[in-house]
Design a protein around this ligand. Structure first.
Ligand SMILES: Nc1ncnc2c1ncn2[C@@H]1O[C@H](COP(=O)(O)OP(=O)(O)O)[C@@H](O)[C@H]1O
Ligand SMILES: [Mg+2]
Length: 606
């Protein structure tokens, strides 16, 4: 199952039946309103025809002073002269009410459907695993999120409504045309058909351009996101110009696409008008003849011409409705492509709940790769006893972070096994597995909110006493007392308003309150200066107490103090033992690393 979202069309864009089946459950709760809306569309479509139809009795009877026969009832000219103007006002009133109800229902149902799609999509998004986020750009995902559900759900209601309205409009008006003169009707409708053909020809082009526009839109969003997330780097490397140029390029591309469409679409309307004018000229020419030869009344002719003019709009709308329908299905395809993604990492049936670690953690002949054919861990075997602290060292890119990321199943291994207390982690219920592991990374993410909220993410229902304890243990108390709002201080997006060391300590407090038996520290102090490193290290020491710990660090004392050290080189475990044991290996990897770093740190401290 592929995770990569397509840039434009999803593979299902043209499987209409499949898409209708998919959207149906979202329409179902609102079916009453949707049907009512469709029913209202019928009289709305027919209203134009009624007005055009009424012109004939008005002209022939009112103006020429005759009475009007309708369904065997004869209506006097005087009465008719009153009824028709009143009728028109009444009509406008009814039309207004229907239109209002129609618009209201369209928006209401459209937004409801769009919202439930978005909620479901977000749920899907949070359920996906790391790999999805590795391979899809945020721009593409955001577009799918903000544009497609809206396009899909609002269009679907609108399109069906327009379809009903325009169809009934067309049928009604054509009936009036035929009623007045079938000969003229053939001329009028024939010319109209010719005028409308270019629209159908250009539809393909419109679709192509709209897809290209989407790709550019996605690129732009990614650019925005990177400007936010990479703001420091951008400033530090003076990359503003590069980013600006990129953006200008995208804007230009968007412009070119829009204009290319305008160029192609722009001439259509004038041509259509031109063809229509020929039609009207012909109709007048022939109509004149019909009137003079007594085959048609002047009222009939007026009614006919009005119908013909009114017909232009619904016919054009019908063309647009068909294009919209296409867009709707394209958007639906993209929405449901995201829906259909199945998390690669999910619970097995009868998965076991894990409650604490009892004896050991085992990596057994683990093979792992991010990309097919590029092995990152090779035949990795490691037995860790409960309560042990294992330091992972080795070359950069060697697979240390990868190793620890496999424990909470951020990724699944290719072969071999990882076991907690002799149970494979893929047989353990995922949430309970993750509840048993605390992670502190190099750069810890804080959510926008207060420090308290961020710490409590480790344990929602923690007591005030617990909170106070971890604040002390994480060496946050002194810092918090300097803040006006203390623990209720708001940290900006990503915790931007805190220093690196402060952010780390909040993250450590979050990990502490979680009180998981397994602790993973991945370069938790690497990004810090000496001073903040010292205090963060104290906090970490508290976090590590009585836990089974995996620590990846550059600090020698941290590594020295570990019970055992695992040296990972290019994805393979090459040495394993205590500091003293490893130092006795002549030409050993660890000895080499140690001597190099020791020299560096002596230099730094000198
Ligand atoms: N999300 C990822 N997608 C693809 N490759 C990755 C990903 N993360 C790491 N790698 C690759 O896996 C290898 C091991 O990386 P990592 O475990 O981060 O090394 P270390 O932590 O030892 O520096 C590297 O070659 C790295 O490029
Ligand atoms: Mg790493």
């Amino acid at each position: 199952m592929e995770y990569k979202l397509k840039d434009t069309l999803s593979k299902d864009a043209f499987r209409y039946g499949y898409l209708v089946n998919k959207i149906a459950p979202f329409l179902k709760p609102h079916i009453g309103r949707i049907v009512l809306n469709m029913i209202i569309a019928i009289p709305l479509g027919l209203l134009d025809a009624v007005v055009a139809y009424a012109l004939k009795p008005y002209m022939d009877c009112v103006i020429n002073g005759k009475s009007w026969e309708f369904a065997g009832i004869s209506i006097e000219q005087n009465l008719l002269a009153l009824i028709i103007p009143f009728g028109i006002v009444l009509f406008a009133l009814v039309q207004g009410l229907l239109k209002y109800t129609n618009n209201y229902l369209t928006d209401w149902t459209g937004n409801k459907i769009s919202n439930s799609l978005k909620v479901e999509l977000f749920r899907k998004l949070t359920s996906l695993d790391s790999k999805f986020y590795d391979i899809n750009s945020s721009g593409i995902v955001l577009t799918r999120f903000f544009t497609d559900p809206e396009t899909a759900s609002k269009n679907i209601i609108n399109t069906i409504k327009s379809f009903i309205m325009t169809s009934f409009g067309i049928v009604g008006l054509v009936c009036v045309l035929l009623y007045n003169s079938w000969k003229l009707a053939i001329i009028g409708v024939g010319i109209m058909a010719i005028a409308i053909t270019p629209v159908t020809l250009i539809r393909k082009k419109i679709k192509k351009v709209s897809n290209a526009t989407m790709v550019v839109g996605g690129d732009m969003t990614t650019n925005f996101n990177e400007t936010f997330a990479g703001n420091k780097i951008m400033t530090a490397y003076n990359l503003q110009k590069l980013q600006n140029t990129k953006f200008e390029h995208q804007i230009k591309e968007q412009f070119d696409l829009t204009i290319s469409l305008t160029k192609r679409v722009g001439w259509m309307s004038p041509i259509m008008y031109f063809i229509c004018s020929i039609g009207i000229a012909l109709v007048m020419f022939y109509g004149n003849h019909l009137i003079i030869s007594g085959q048609m009344t002047a009222g009939s002719f007026a009614s006919f011409v009005t119908s013909l003019l009114l017909l232009y709009k619904p016919v054009k709308d019908l063309g647009r409705t068909l294009t919209d329908l296409q867009t709707t299905f394209v958007a639906l395809g993209r929405v449901f492509e995201l829906f259909d993604l199945v998390p690669h990492i999910k619970n097995k049936e009868n998965a076991l709940k894990m409650s604490g670690l009892k004896s050991s953690i085992d990596f057994e002949h683990v093979y792992f790769e991010y990309e097919e054919g590029v092995p990152v861990l090779k035949d990795f075997t490691l037995h860790v006893n409960k309560g042990e602290t294992i330091a992972l060292v080795g070359n950069s890119g060697g697979g240390k972070s990868t190793t620890v990321n496999l424990l909470p199943r951020f990724y699944d291994i290719k072969s071999g096994a990882i076991k907690f207390d002799n149970v494979e982690i893929k047989d353990i219920e995922i949430n309970s597995l993750r509840d048993n592991i605390s992670f502190v990374f190099q750069d810890n993410f804080l959510f926008s909110g207060t420090i308290r909220e961020n710490i409590l993410m480790g344990k929602e229902d923690a007591s005030d006493f617990e909170l106070e304890t971890v604040v002390k243990m994480a060496h946050l108390d002194e810092f918090l007392s300097t803040l006006e709002n203390g623990i209720d201080t708001y940290v900006g997006e990503r915790g931007a308003s805190l220093s690196g060391g402060q952010r780390q300590r909040v993250a450590i407090a979050r990990a502490m309150i979680k009180n998981a038996p397994i602790v993973i520290l991945d370069e938790a102090t690497s990004a810090l200066d000496n001073e903040s490193e010292a205090i963060v290290q104290k906090a970490l020491d508290n976090l590590m107490q009585n836990k089974t710990v995996f620590v990846i660090a550059h600090r020698l004392s941290t590594i020295n103090n570990a019970d055992r050290i695992a040296v990972i080189n290019e994805g393979e475990l090459v040495e394993l033992g205590t500091h003293n044991e490893l130092m006795t290996i002549a030409d050993g990897n660890y000895k080499h690393l140690y001597e190099m770093q020791f020299k560096n740190q002596q230099l730094m401290n000198a």
